[in-house]
Design a protein around this ligand. Sequence first.
Ligand code: HEC
Ligand code: HEC
Length: 313
Amino acid sequence: MKTYQLQSRLFFLFFSLLCVQIAHANEVITPLPVNADYDKAKAAVGKVLFFDPILSRDRSISCSSCHNLTSGGGDNRNVSIGIDGLKGNIQSPTVLNARYNFRQFWNGRAETLLEQASGPIHNPMEMGLNSQEVEKRINASQKYQKLFSNYHHGYISYAMILEAIVEFEKALVTPNSKFDRYLRGEIQLSTQEYTGYQTFKSLGCITCHNGINIGGNSFQKMGMIKPYIHTNNYPDLYSVTQKDYHKNVFKVPTLRNIALSAPYFHDASAKTLKEAITIMSNLNLGYTISEQQIKDLLAFLHTLTGETPVILN
Ligand code: HEC
Ligand code: HEC
């Protein structure tokens, strides 16, 4: 091959890579699927389990006690409250669209929803029940014998119980938000919503909050530019890795349905979305933003509220 041919090929290769990059950069946020896949029979059982306090030691707390599916998927408290009124040490994140997070928990210590689900059940501060006791209770229940019999006969193992919960969680997708419909070219945003989206991009919010969950796909520092001061010890990534540079590093939370899930941040230190936006731009980007920019961003963030998952109707 002649040198100029090689050069032009290399140039072409470089150019194509650049195009892919540019195309990708235009679509760093992608819409949620309208019909997300999940096993309907198993999810139906998981739905009953999710709302059932049978999974907690004193039969007082269910998953839904801390994850209110009709108001944002968290619990709107500063820290969640488990059995015996015990207070946890971190804000309850949303379970809506959690299937699209690259890891689970604020510090990502669970790789999958399946791995995550055992956490709260065993946690002495949350539901406080071991797997043998869970199996015993579910197998002794006529209701669950009947529910599981739609796809399984015989002994119900702990693994099958978790599996049903996970299938239900996979159904907790909130499609057709105004912004998703805009991304699919079905509708226009209002001028203010559109300006807010441009602001979200130009300030750099989108460098951390992107992808299908507008977050949930990387670990980042809270206080990237200016240090975030807090007094308590929270389970940040440092608590998992013991590496100094992981102090105050968390999984970037999803911004889907964000208007519904106050208070904000792992420690619930921002009570309103306005406060959260102001702190974010200041500490993570180094900007003091104007009232107008705040209003525009708020208008954009409100377009991220999706529909109630079909399984809840
Ligand atoms: C007592 C309150 C409480 C109960 C009960 C509870 N959770 Fe949670 N949940 C939390 C808190 C708090 C976190 C965040 C903990 C952390 O990150 O360290 C969380 C995190 C999660 C996450 C991870 C979400 C994310 O974005 O990282 C999922 C999924 C979840 N819970 C599902 C469940 C399921 C399923 C149940 C029932 C089996 C359940 N939870 C019961 C409070 C609770
Ligand atoms: C360097 C990465 C990064 C940038 C840039 C960034 N964020 Fe965040 N964002 C995070 C992290 C990490 C958290 C979780 C912080 C915590 O809980 O302590 C977060 C939390 C939030 C929350 C609260 C979510 C919740 O569920 O509590 C909102 C709202 C938010 N960001 C909006 C924005 C906006 C708007 C911008 C642009 C002005 C922005 N973020 C820029 C990483 C980033």
